[in-house]
Design a binder for this molecule. Sequence first.
Ligand SMILES: [Zn+2]
Length: 273
Amino acid sequence: MNAAASARQVLAVKYGYRVTTRAESYLNYHMYGEPDADLGIDYYFWVVRDGAEVVLVDTGFAPEAGDRRRRAHYATPAEVLPALGIGVDDVTAIVITHAHWDHTGNVRQFPRAQLVMTEAEYAFWTSPVAGRAQFAAHSEPDEIALLTQARKENRLTLFTGTCTPAPGIELTEVGGHTPGQLIAAVAADGGTAVLASDALHFYEEVERDRPFAILADLPAMYRAYDTMAQLAKQPNTYLVAGHDPLVRDRFAQYAATGVPGEVEVTDVSGPPT
Ligand SMILES: [Zn+2]
């Protein structure tokens, strides 16, 4: 992971929000002997811009899927990107960190983009066990079908371990939260941004060693926390959590004019301020 000078810009786009509770968010929260409390959860997708080349990391949830689950939402990528000076056709690739509904919901807006995800993630969500209630609650069958369709069209790259889908972007499979969850380390303007997505919903998971409540493999989740803690010790390398409102506190706001509604854009191209 080389954080040498580049013009690569990394933006976290908050497009939705919900108030949940600590007891709902952390696995076996009662173990910690602390009172329950409300916990805000942000919904993000991420934009990596390298000159004219744009790679999206996830796509957020589809408005109808958000309505069904009563999540507040403000805009989809196709509605936000123009305000950032990006056309839908500028998106050459989409990294799918995992196949949960709040990450795959708008892949359909980019019918020409190359998709990349882990083999383990794809294999799991196209297998019968993914239809069991505890897993099915977090996916949308039509969005999984779209991945299968993309594979037939040779638009879907599957990998195991690590993958570099574009210069300066290194993907690492970590599992845990889902069978093939990945994290994306991006050599950005001001350092290496580790887009943790749902390997790290909230910073507290790593900082207090508290697993998130939704998971496929607890040992793998703990190992993913170790992997991220190690990465964060490297020079000029920092973690960008997948759903934590602290991202907006810790990093600089990106002044984008014309973004829809309550969308907030945070510049994670450099270390926390
Ligand atoms: Zn998520």
